[in-house]
Design a binder for this molecule. Structure first.
Ligand code: PLP
Length: 374
């Protein structure tokens, strides 16, 4: 069956045309290894430096604070394990119960090595409260890692306020901004974070490339050992095409941030209005302030997994739980953490709209859901 409507943009996005074109020379004639000293490597080296500056400019960082990685998962692992392994006297880590598995499983790994980890509960909207953090943080806390925007329900966390509390206790702040960068304004200075993870394929860049912002002066250990790339902090031959494509995609998205968000939010409203009008018994999960287009819906008495497959047969791509984990069909840890009633929880799907979605497409998604459940 032909895929007709793609509404899983929180899982991945379509590659930006300009990014695709900008990548081509680095995959063809300009294939030099950026770390070699001869003239053939000058162009890729320069392209990486330019990409670093563009990306830094998009999040109000300095170019030397951007470290390229293979994506969000690696960036998250680096922030957590790199903080833990950095020879600090402080050992404890704090995160939340609704983080992406890239953070949660990295935390579970370091727990097995003797680092204490606290997983903060959230409220019914998925928000981490300042008072909860204040209850858990101690002078032994090395790192607080809380995501900027949740991938399943879209909730945007109060990172600036959480960072203030964290810094008062002398700990580092990391935020997984994989669902935020390229979608909402992200300013590392205004957020007050020490580290921030991003992934290109979530903002119309290529897959398999991302970055970790590390504020100047932050002490963290490298976790990928090898050559001296990325100033000795992240070894491995640079993914020149990926890095260039990521920079172009981010620049293009950031230049149209407001326009894209306005379009996507107007589509969101149309979908919700159509569902409300149908009289279906459902709840929308997440906070009022959420990443644009992330619509988590729980239908009473429905089977989310079944709904996904019926929609698939109708050519519509949505998702149930965590975007990167289609094998895991159990109730998602995020839906569990917000304590949704079970008769709604099991009927959860996530529709995630992007800049390429249309009014006609959203109308058809609503009609399909109503036909299946109604
Ligand atoms: N963090 C969040 C919030 C995500 O949504 C994802 C992917 O869905 C990741 C991390 C992992 O990113 P990547 O796919 O680049 O490894």
């Amino acid at each position: 069956m032909k895929r007709e409507i793609y509404a899983d943009n929180a899982a991945t996005t379509k590659l930006d045309r300009g990014a695709f074109e900008a990548m081509l020379p680095w995959l063809n004639e300009e294939y030099g290894n950026a770390s070699q000293p001869y003239a053939f490597s000058r162009k890729p080296k320069k392209a990486i430096a330019e990409a670093r500056a563009i990306i830094a400019g998009c999040i109000n960082a300095e170019p030397e604070e951007i470290f390229f990685t293979s994506g969000g998962t690696e960036s998250d692992n680096w922030a957590i394990k790199g903080s833990a392994f950095s020879d600090s006297d402080k050992k404890a880590i704090i995160t939340s119960q609704i983080e992406h598995p890239a953070v949660l499983n990295a935390c579970r790994r370091i727990e097995t090595l003797g680092y204490p980890v606290a997983y903060l509960p959230v409220d019914g909207k998925g928000l981490v409260s300042i008072s909860t953090l204040e209850r858990f943080i101690t002078d032994n806390t090395r790192l607080v890692s809380i995501m900027q925007a949740n991938n399943e329900i879209g909730t945007i966390e109060p990172i600036h306020e959480l960072a203030e509390v964290t810094h008062r206790h002398g700990a580092l702040v990391h935020t997984d901004a994989v669902q935020a960068v390229g979608h909402i304004p992200v300013d590392v200075k205004a957020l007050g974070v020490d580290m921030l993870s991003a992934s290109a394929h979530k903002f119309n860049g290529p897959k398999g490339v991302g970055f970790l912002y590390i504020k100047k002066g932050t002490i963290i250990a490298p976790i990928v050992d090898g050559g001296s790339q990325e100033r000795g902090m992240r070894a491995g031959t640079e993914n020149v095409a990926g890095i260039v494509g990521m920079a172009v995609a981010l620049k293009n998205n950031c230049e149209k941030l407001d326009e894209n968000a306005a379009h996507i939010i107007s589509l969101e409203k149309k979908l919700i209005a159509a569902l409300d009008e149908s009289g279906l018994d459902y709840v929308r999960n997440g906070a009022q302030y959420h990443s644009p287009g992330n619509i988590s819906l729980s239908f009473k008495g429905a089977d989310g997994e079944g709904l996904l497959h019926r929609l698939d047969l109708m050519g519509i791509c949505v998702s149930t739980g965590s975007a990167c984990d289609s094998q895991n069909t159990q109730l998602s840890h995020v839906i569990k953490a917000i304590k949704l009633e079970e008769n709604y929880a099991l009927g959860t799907i996530r529709v995630s709209l992007g800049k390429d979605n249309t009014e006609e497409g959203v109308k058809r998604i609503a009609e399909a859901i109503i036909r299946i459940i109604g």
